[in-house]
Write a protein that binds this ligand. Structure first.
Ligand code: ADP
Ligand code: MG
Length: 251
């Protein structure tokens, strides 16, 4: 378990009069899978939006390796190595599977879509794209239009896009949402494998408690915009308050 890679101090965000995140100090250690759980509306997605720059806090700071990144845009944060996949699908349905993976790889080089016809000139991009697609078991489908993939394959592709840039930390918002049990097991396996390769720190939001307890080394429980508890899976499972508010109906 490594150092703290990302943290917040006094993070606060309101929508109108409603305080979605209330003075929260989050800490994420590098090299482990951390999960954020909690009831609907707890503020999980809002927290991720604040960490990745999609939203800006009303109060508080975000630090990445002790550097204050609170005012950075999402793009600037991506360049620092902070990536995400979305609760809502975020692939390009009209592009091929391969192009979807090449896009983030090219953007890392400061290139964009119009470079696609010359992508073969970037040998390292082509090689990296192949490696990722093989890892996702999507290599055979590389020339398919992404919008035609099964839901599970689309989620896998989306995750591939998030990890293509080799982020230092990657946020996954409900990666198994809408998946059938087979797809869910596959995505779980994929996350595990990527985490074990050790280059990316993962933070996962999930409702599926089997996924959470199988994957996580650290769990943060949120409720009503605050941290209700955090700890190792076994401690969270036995935490009275957590069981009462969230796990009760699940375990
Ligand atoms: P979670 O991901 O834990 O289910 P969210 O972070 O999405 O929760 O939402 C936390 C609360 O903030 C919810 O009550 C939600 O309705 C509210 N909220 C989230 N985003 C917005 C927004 N853009 N405008 C207004 N309210 C929002
Ligand atoms: Mg959410």
């Amino acid at each position: 378990m490594g150092d703290v890679i990302l943290k917040t101090e006094g993070l606060t965000k309101s929508f109108g009069k409603f305080r979605a995140i209330d003075t929260v100090d989050l800490k994420f250690k590098s090299g482990i899978i951390t999960s954020i759980i909690g009831p609907n509306g707890a503020g999980k997605t809002t927290a991720i939006n604040l960490l990745t720059g999609a939203l800006h806090p009303d109060k508080g700071e975000v630090f990445f390796k002790d550097k204050d990144i609170t005012s950075l845009t999402p793009d600037q944060r991506v360049k620092h190595g902070i990536a995400r996949s979305f609760q809502i699908m975020n692939i390009f349905p009209m592009l091929t599977v391969l192009q979807n993976i090449e896009l983030p790889l090219l953007s890392l080089l400061g290139k964009n879509l119009k470079w696609f016809h010359t992508v073969s000139h970037y040998q390292d991009v082509a090689e990296e794209a192949e490696k990722i697609l093989r890892e996702l078991s999507l290599w055979d489908k590389r020339n398919k239009v992404a919008g035609e993939l099964s839901h599970g394959d689309q989620r896998a592709l989306e995750m591939g896009m998030a990890i293509a840039s080799k982020p230092e930390i990657c946020f996954l918002d409900e990666p198994s949402s809408g998946m059938n049990p087979v797809e869910r097991a596959a995505i779980l396996e994929l996350i595990k494998r990527l985490a074990e390769e050790g280059t990316t720190t993962f933070v996962i939001i999930e409702h599926d408690m089997d996924v959470i307890f199988a994957l996580s080394e650290w769990i943060i429980v949120m409720n009503k915009g605050e941290i209700l508890a955090e700890g190792k899976p076994d401690d969270i499972r036995q935490n009275k308050e957590v069981v009462e508010i969230y796990l009760g109906e699940e375990v």
